[in-house]
Design a protein around this ligand. Structure first.
Ligand code: NI
Length: 278
């Protein structure tokens, strides 16, 4: 029996490459998490928009708690099995009335992972509405082969390389992933998706968490991940540690090393490093 999703939901994910909405915390919990994020942003100036935007669950106990949250893991387990590594996490935050966007892309393109058994849990911490620039997906595209991408490095593009699919996307087929605070969507690593700018008066805050089963390999270089459920009988990834306290010395040192390693993978062959701040 599935732990969280219905058989119909699992079937829909397999056919279409995504499923939403799944409530993973109360609206009040989402608001409390947003307040913790905004307090951390205020205390750290822009670090959470720069160096700390990537894998912040290794730095903050309240984000570690989200990537381990049973309501999320139960649904992810229904899609990729009972042994789960958290490979990465990233904030996709858009300021009110800003130009920031995400071009049409497949996540698999530059992640270096050996298998398409990769699920993103995208957790809304503010209303992710059409006006606020909610994610859009093209159903069924996860079943296609890897599509060629071009690298634009466009400054307002939130993706590492500003990568976009190098073919026409049929936008008439796209579905808006509208989420209320505390709801998540699930999407497949090959699903074509993107998101337009935020035209609303509020920030659009989303926390994207990437999960893999331990049989997946990193093909580009040595990589690390956090075991969040079950066992890892493969050892393909160096296992990370959760922070003992927010921004404790060990957590900061681990995060710095891990971020450097990930940048080498995500920017392989470009001669660039992450200079983006969102
Ligand atoms: Ni993506």
């Amino acid at each position: 029996m599935p732990k969280r999703l219905s058989f119909e939901a699992i079937e829909r994910y397999r056919e279409q490459g995504f499923y939403f909405p799944v409530r993973v915390m109360t609206a009040a919990d989402a608001t409390a998490t947003r307040q913790k994020l905004e307090a951390a942003e205020a205390a750290l100036s822009d670090k959470l928009k720069g160096a700390f935007r990537h894998k912040p669950h290794l730095l903050f106990t309240w984000l570690d708690a989200i990537v381990r949250r049973p309501a999320i893991l139960d649904a992810v387990q229904d899609l990729i099995g009972p042994n789960l590594l958290c490979w990465s996490s990233l904030f996709f935050n858009k300021a009110p009335q800003s130009k920031t966007y995400v071009s049409w892309h497949q996540d698999a393109t530059y992640w270096g992972l050996s298998s398409p058994d990769v699920v993103t849990a995208w957790v809304a911490l503010s209303p992710s509405t059409v006006e606020a620039g909610a994610m859009r997906v093209v159903p069924g595209t996860h079943a296609r082969e890897q599509i060629p991408h071009r690298e634009t490095f466009a400054p307002d593009n939130m993706l590492t390389r500003g990568q976009e699919v190098a073919v026409e996307v049929d936008e008439t087929q796209a579905v808006d992933i509208v989420l209320q605070p505390g709801e998540m969507s699930l999407h497949h690593v090959k699903l074509v998706h993107g998101s337009p700018p935020n035209r609303s008066a509020d920030r659009r805050i989303g926390f994207a968490v990437r999960y893999i089963p331990p049989h997946v390999r990193q093909l580009v270089g040595r990589d690390s991940a956090l075991l969040v459920r079950g066992v890892d009988e493969y050892g393909h990834f160096d296992l990370e540690r959760s922070p003992r306290a927010d921004l404790d010395d060990d957590a900061l040192a681990l995060h710095e090393a891990v971020a450097e390693q990930h940048a080498r993978i995500l920017y392989a062959g470009t001669g660039r490093q992450d200079a983006k701040t969102f």
